[in-house]
Design a protein around this ligand. Structure first.
Ligand code: UD1
Length: 343
């Protein structure tokens, strides 16, 4: 019998790519989403790639009764991968209560129901944002957690603490927290990818929308940082590699290989790239010129950050397979497909 896995935020960017990897490994996949930052068309994309259909339920994870009813109907799930959350850093500063309410209440309800129905395994979508401005690079999982720079970042820190506290005392409950660096790219098929609603906050969707002519010009936030070309440095990871890290984490839990009830892994490539490097690589692999201007720094941006990925490589036996060039080619392929742009 195949294991039954619930993915919250299942039609979102990382959730949909993880659904594809799970279906391809013959898991029975259950997706829930409230479509607050995704489209139902993603379900067709998943089906096109895998020739399989995940179960889907539109669900508001902050609705206590609706969540309880969902779990009553799905009490035989084997594990949960929890992605559903709001994630726009700037918006979280404007609307802190929305972020705390949405990201924390949904987690609490999910955990309550997992415990009530004895669903023992959780993989949680955390973020390198918990490290803030790092003292030492690359960052290891043991690096200190810094005061969060935004309510969004704080929700990730609080969520980690909630899960750690629960895992300490709750029998028959284990979790893996994955701290992602910057996911980019799209499925190489071009059938699913990042589909932000409204003006993108993140770099690569802004680049692809500029290339598509939806945005006039890319704004680069600051070129006076203490980095070789003055622009910020991040660890960009292909979303399919990131999705596969979730499968590795899930299987560690399902096989009872975890050594403690809550383990933490960085998921990145271990290499940093500047904003300008990303822009120029995008231009090179896609053979185009991208219009950009240098703007002021964006408030709350960290200067440079990249991961020490040794722990994930050794313990999860996971390693990224795609390059930055692959990711930027796939991102553009997806944007073109989505907008019906001919090459
Ligand atoms: C941040 C968080 C990440 C979180 C994500 C959610 C950190 C280090 N990272 O990512 O954990 O999951 O938000 O959205 O806190 N940039 C431009 N022009 C743009 C957009 C971005 O120059 O139009 C630059 C930014 O200044 C930054 C880089 O591109 O240097 C990446 O930005 P972005 O894609 O927004 O991700 P982070 O802010 O790194």
């Amino acid at each position: 019998m195949s294991k039954k896995i619930l993915i919250t935020g299942g039609t979102g960017y990382i959730g949909s790519h993880t659904a594809v990897e799970l279906l391809q490994k013959n898991y029975e996949v259950f997706l829930v989403d409230n479509f607050s930052n995704s489209h139902s068309s993603v379900l067709q994309g998943i089906k096109k790639i895998t020739s399989k259909e995940p179960h889907f339920t539109k669900l508001e994870l902050t609705d206590k009764e609706a969540v309880a009813a969902y779990f009553e109907d799905h009490h035989d799930l084997d594990a949960v991968i929890h992605f559903a959350a709001l994630k726009a850093v700037g918006e979280s500063v404007e609307k802190p209560l929305l972020y705390y309410y949405n990201n924390i209440v949904s987690l609490l309800l999910l955990l309550e129901n997992m415990i009530a129905y004895n669903i023992p395994y959780l993989v949680f979508s955390s973020s390198c944002t918990v490290y803030g401005e790092p003292d030492k690079l690359p960052i290891k999982e043991t690096a200190p957690i810094k005061p969060a720079l935004s309510p969004y970042g704080n929700t990730k820190q609080i969520s980690e603490e909630i899960i750690l506290d629960l895992a300490k005392v709750q029998e028959n409950f284990s979790a893996i927290l994955l701290r992602y660096f910057n996911p980019i790219g799209a499925h190489p098929s071009g059938f699913i990818g990042e589909l932000p609603i409204g003006i993108p906050n993140n770099l690569v969707p802004y680049i692809t929308q500029t290339a598509a002519g939806v945005r006039d010009v890319l704004h680069i936030f600051g070129d006076d940082y203490d980095t070789p070309d003055g622009t910020c440095i991040r660890d960009y990871i292909h979303v399919v590699d990131l999705a596969r890290a979730h499968i590795a984490a899930l299987e560690r839990l399902l096989n009872n290989e975890n050594e403690t009830s809550c383990e933490i892994f960085n998921i990145g490539t271990g290499r940093g790239h500047s904003v300008l490097e990303i822009v120029h690589t995008f231009e090179k692999v896609n053979n185009m010129i991208l219009p950009y201007v240098i703007d002021d720094r964006r408030e709350g941006d960290v200067e440079k950050v990249w991961a020490d990925t040794n722990k994930a490589q050794k313990i999860l036996n996971w390693k990224p397979q795609f390059s930055i060039e692959d990711a930027l080619r796939d991102a553009w392929q997806w944007e073109k497909n989505y907008r019906g742009i001919k090459s």
